[in-house]
Design a protein around this ligand. Structure first.
Ligand code: NAD
Ligand code: UD1
Length: 343
């Protein structure tokens, strides 16, 4: 069963490729390497003992996609490809709309031309905007606060409309909460370029001494300790969610949306102190002003995924912190070598 993973060399895609290969699928990765290293897929091939094809190409370029569909018998697609930095999307909205929407549109056109009718899409909890009621359910009203979020919202709409127009299409929209951690081997993980925006990679780099201290953005939120609460999900649990989504897409037509989260919220200080405890480290921090655009609390109701996808998370916050640190300490420069970083 050949499955195309657009953006599959990235953080979530590479972990999903590993999970799919181990489950007997044949992942084929198309990535323009704008935010990924080919080393990730080399390592997935080594870990699984299966040669996973990585095609360097762009999802917004029809001929690049055509070439993949011509070469491989693609039955299903997981569409990870996209730009994902919220702050950058505010500064460069057109680049985000062009890349993320064009990728979705071009992919759907090429899939239709090749009779491929099953797609799983990487959406985000960001589409719930500033909803106050928790846990977040798939039926809640949507709204976004930045261009990145709107590209997810609009891609969801494009996929829904495509599903309405073609009743043979299977569309599974997955709204990820906060993916963290790494594969248990420590061989693959999250490799942000530059200074990380997200909490876990930032903590890891402080622990490694690459950054001086963590800035905790606000301690006056209405949460149990005043710091922001999020639904952190182990990236391997998330990867397994994609396997469940592919199985679901095989068995069902139409459009369905699922939250992929644990259903449990932890604060910034909960995460920080868990990281320190399980890894036996001290991570210096200071309380800093709130980050504009942040909300106090965000966590999923994962009941629908449990019921229909037969999927639930297995890994704890301790596992997330331990695995994130194993990856970071074994690969202080991510996929780059020290030499490349100096160059
Ligand atoms: P990532 O940046 O590691 O992976 C995305 C990949 O897409 C990268 O490898 C990049 O090189 C590639 N890419 C970008 N534009 C492309 C294009 N036009 N053609 C081909 N490849 C292209 O990000 P990730 O964390 O693995 O996220 C995967 C998907 O999940 C993204 O769509 C992201 O928006 C979404 N998502 C991520 C998170 C998160 O916290 N990581 C949360 C919610 C949703
Ligand atoms: C961010 C994105 C969201 C995306 C998600 C994916 C923003 C505003 N939102 O969510 O669109 O889907 O990543 O994981 O960027 N924090 C600190 N110090 C730091 C970094 C973060 O205190 O250096 C806090 C934040 O205030 C927040 C929590 O840690 O309370 C998690 O932050 P982060 O990892 O950036 O994720 P989100 O903001 O939830």
């Amino acid at each position: 069963m050949a499955v195309l993973l657009t953006g599959g060399a990235g953080y979530i895609g590479s972990h999903t490729a590993l999970c799919l290969a181990n489950a007997g699928f044949e992942p084929v990765v198309l990535d323009n390497l704008s935010n990924a290293s080919p080393e990730a897929i080399k390592r997935v091939s080594r870990l699984t003992g299966k040669q996973i094809p990585l095609i360097e190409g762009d999802c917004t370029v029809k001929s690049d996609l055509e070439a993949v569909f011509a070469q491989y018998p693609i039955d299903q697609v997981i569409h990870f490809a996209g730009l994902k930095a919220v702050g950058e999307s505010v500064a460069q909205p057109l680049r985000y709309y062009r890349n993320n929407l064009d990728a979705t549109l071009t992919l759907l056109e090429v899939m239709a031309a090749h009779g491929c009718r099953q797609i799983v899409f990487s959406s985000s909890a960001t589409v719930y905007g500033t909803n106050q009621e928790m846990p977040l359910r798939e039926t809640f009203p949507l709204g976004c606060t930045n261009p990145y979020g709107w590209t997810k919202f609009m891609s969801e709409q494009i996929l829904r409309d495509a599903g309405t127009a073609d009743p043979n299409l299977s569309v599974v929209l997955l709204r990820y909460f906060n993916p963290v951690g790494a594969h248990e081997s420590g061989e693959i993980g999250e490799d942000p370029s530059g200074i990380p925006n997200n909490l876990m990679p930032y903590i890891c780099q402080v622990a490694k001494g690459r950054l001086k201290q963590l800035n905790v953005f606000g301690d006056d939120y209405p949460t149990h300790d005043g710091t922001g609460v999020r639904d952190y999900i182990h990236v391997m649990d998330l990867a397994e969610g994609h396997l469940a989504a592919l199985n679901y897409a095989q068995a069902h037509r139409g459009v369905e949306v699922f939250n992929l989260g644990t259903g449990v919220g932890y604060s910034v200080l909960d995460l920080l102190h868990t990281f320190e405890r399980v890894n036996g480290l001290r991570v210096p921090y200071r309380i800093a002003p709130r980050r504009p655009g942040d909300i106090a609390t965000c966590y999923a109701d994962p009941a629908k995924a449990a019921e229909l996808l037969h999927w639930q998370t297995k890994r704890s916050l301790d596992d997330m912190c331990r695995d994130a640190w194993r990856w970071q300490s074994q690969n202080p420069m991510g996929y780059r070598t020290a030499q490349e970083t100096d160059a």
